[in-house]
Design a protein around this ligand. Structure first.
Ligand code: HDL
Ligand code: ZN
Length: 396
């Protein structure tokens, strides 16, 4: 009789102790200067919280944008954390971060938190946050047409080895849409050589269609995909955004729309020599993305992106992926914009994933196959690291 293990306890331990490679963030290596955000005022002026502020405060967006960042943070703290209970995903996340750092998450003001962050060395704090979060390394979002970022790269700074690059194409496909593909290809090659990206990435509207006469579609086919093939890196398609539904909210103003995923079918089918990381923003698109992943081995579904990164939806998405794909997908990325968000985003992912994996192994046992600790280690390592590492074809 195979040795019976306490499945729940072993899964909990393995999920808690297996480091994760965070494949999509908006974090920056310290070597890239002031691009990297950290600390309490940045944590509180996160666009997720700004959207929630306007539902509980009489302040108008126009009045809010005129405030200094510290005043914005004080208003958000008072409104969402003192005058109201921080039960939303984004507010509870700040509570989790403060608690993890030994600060009082029920404080009436930000005095203690500001003093704590003011005294920190970023280098030590970065190592401490990665350790608490169980994150081995992160992938950045690097936009070569952002003048501030281009200046940092042109200054010859090399990112810390725990920060990998991803070449983000949104602005290239928008600003250079009238350019010949050959010109765009030269720019891609220049920045790919400089950044050494693990993949190229683009976020796309819910209305994205491929193939189509749209400039983005043409440049993807004629410049981006040949470049990805030559550089032997995947292209990440992030589909389903409805840009600036409420422009008054700025970064918080984007919405979500169900996309026609026949675009994914066409691109995976037509470009068999390319590999595609795909995440979709609409909950309604998730099941069909799983079906497409069963049809195309060059499609790697990843993450519960943005408005989906809430336990109720992460649970549904992760269960259907396990049922349809086994452990051959990438369950989550943090999308962290501020360093300390890694702490709560990965705590939440582990807290939601562990019972789902346990249930899968319990069903397997009921149907006749016991798992051992080695099986569980292998599966969690695939989910947290090696599915991505092998898909980008480089040990990141
Ligand atoms: O396009 C993206 O990478 C999105 O993640 C946006 O940055 C979005 O504003 C975001 O931060 N989502 O979490
Ligand atoms: Zn993002």
């Amino acid at each position: 009789m195979p040795h019976m293990i306490d499945i729940a306890a072993v899964v909990e331990k393995v999920v808690a102790t297996t480091p994760v490679l965070d494949i999509h963030t908006h974090l920056f290596a310290p070597e890239l200067g002031a691009l990297g955000l950290w600390g309490i005022d940045n944590l509180l002026t996160y666009h997720y919280l700004e959207a929630e502020l306007f539902r509980s405060s009489s302040i108008s967006p126009q009045q809010y944008w005129r405030l200094e960042k510290a005043a914005q943070a004080d208003l958000i703290w008072r409104t969402l954390f003192v005058d109201n209970t921080p039960v939303s995903e984004a507010t509870r996340g700040v509570v989790a971060v403060l608690s993890a750092l030994g600060l009082d998450p029920a404080a009436k003001n930000l005095k203690e938190a500001r003093e704590f962050f003011h005294g920190l060395s970023l280098a030590d704090h970065l190592t401490n946050v990665l350790r608490i979060s169980g994150v081995s390394s992160v992938v950045m979002t690097n936009d070569p047409l952002d003048p501030n970022e281009a200046a940092e790269w042109s200054a010859g700074h090399e990112p810390d080895a725990r920060f990998h690059a991803a070449l983000r194409l949104d602005r290239i496909l928008a600003d250079l849409r009238e350019k010949p593909a050959a010109d765009v290809r030269k720019i891609l090659d220049f920045w790919a050589a400089r950044m050494k990206p693990l993949y190229m990435a683009v976020s796309l509207l819910d209305s994205f269609l491929f193939p189509s006469e749209e400039p983005a579609s043409r440049l993807l086919a004629e410049a981006v995909l040949p470049a990805c093939r030559d550089w032997n890196i995947p292209l990440a398609l992030m589909i389903g955004v409805r840009r600036q539904v409420n422009p008054d909210l700025r970064l918080a103003g984007d919405g979500v729309g169900r996309a026609d995923l026949r675009s994914v079918e066409s691109i995976c089918s037509q470009f068999r020599g390319n590999r595609f990381l795909v995440t979709v923003l609409s909950r309604e698109n998730q099941h069909e993305l799983c079906v497409y992943a069963r049809k195309f081995a060059n499609l790697m579904p990843f993450g519960c992106w943005w408005f989906l990164n809430n336990p109720s939806i992460v649970e549904e998405i992760t269960r259907e992926r396990l049922e349809m794909l086994g452990v051959t997908f990438i369950p989550q990325h943090s999308d962290a914009r501020i360093l300390e968000q890694l702490i709560y985003k990965w705590r939440n992912t582990r807290r939601t994933l562990a019972p789902i994996l346990t249930r899968s192994y319990e069903l397997l046992a009921q149907d006749g196959r016991q798992v051992n600790e080695e099986d569980i280690h292998r599966d969690v390592k695939r989910l947290f690291q090696s599915n991505f590492e092998s898909f980008v074809n480089r040990i990141a």
